[in-house]
Design a protein around this ligand. Sequence first.
Ligand SMILES: Nc1ncnc2c1ncn2[C@@H]1O[C@H](COP(=O)(O)OP(=O)(O)OP(=O)(O)O)[C@@H](O)[C@H]1O
Ligand SMILES: [Mg+2]
Length: 331
Amino acid sequence: MVPIIELKNVSKFFGHGKERVTAVDSISLAVEPGEIVCLVGESGCGKSTTGRMAAGLLPVSAGQVLFDGKDIAQMNRDELQTYRRAVQIVHQDPYASLNPTQTIRDIITAPLLHHKKVKDRTHAEKRARELLEIVDLTPVHDFMDKYPHQLSGGQRQRVSVARALTVEPKFIVADEAVSMVDVSIRVSLLNMLSRLKNEFDVTFLFITHDLALAKYFAWQGRIVVMYLGRMVEEGPTPRLITDARHPYTQALLAAVPEADPELAQHKRQIELRGAEIPSLLHLPLGCTFHPRCPYIVEGQCDVHVPRLEAIREGGSVACPVRKDESIQLVV
Ligand SMILES: Nc1ncnc2c1ncn2[C@@H]1O[C@H](COP(=O)(O)OP(=O)(O)OP(=O)(O)O)[C@@H](O)[C@H]1O
Ligand SMILES: [Mg+2]
């Protein structure tokens, strides 16, 4: 199958000279149609930058982004337009991305009319109602004339999703899309997004710093773990959660709060050598995780940049020292 989106050795540099940072360092990732891929990692590791490059909102500094097998840098105007419509992004803060002076009706009907998805205003109104229903903003007439500030955070996020759906996207980058809403509302938002995947054939790149959310949303999919701009581990979610190999993935898993006190008590902690995340301006040589890693092999980890290597159990790991070591985090 041709991946819907493929990143090939994609890097992003910001700044110049001594101030130059590598926010994303040679990431290669192919997302198959219908797949759910979750990008996880600590704040500043380059998740949003990666998502924005995949969505064509940010030019790459090096490497290629392919949509449906075609390099977006080689696309003509029509192809670029198709790509831009097919790939939509839903942001963390719908407050910032929704125009506060427009009613929900305007927010949804404007792109429908602009992109000629409907014949006229009457059809736009009808389609807007359908879309609000799809994202569970019901009864619809309660919402059409409201302004974004009159809605709750969760409701605003549903409006953002409905707006993204106006152009019938094939690929949605959901960047911390549920992080700003209450925990109780997260699950219903996640369920709504899962439904879209099935009903509308949308492929998701779901970005979160929260491994527990990734586990919930992408159980049928794949998790990609990033650290300081690099991919350190990826694999089918059940494998990655139950049999994480990279010490950084293990540390992230160990940090997920456990609701069950019995399990919490037996949860194994990974003793990191340091909690400090290095600055992108002064990246450690070799494996950038080595200053924090309890399994460091001197002369190897602080010298050589580890490459992602496939493992038999599924996925790949950028840690030659630990890639074949299973440890049980919960016993
Ligand atoms: N426009 C920019 N100019 C300069 N540096 C930037 C820019 N955008 C991002 N960065 C830097 O690139 C790095 C990666 O940022 P990015 O927003 O991709 O991280 P993130 O993983 O999404 O973090 P968070 O979880 O906080 O959203 C950060 O160090 C950030 O400061
Ligand atoms: Mg981000």
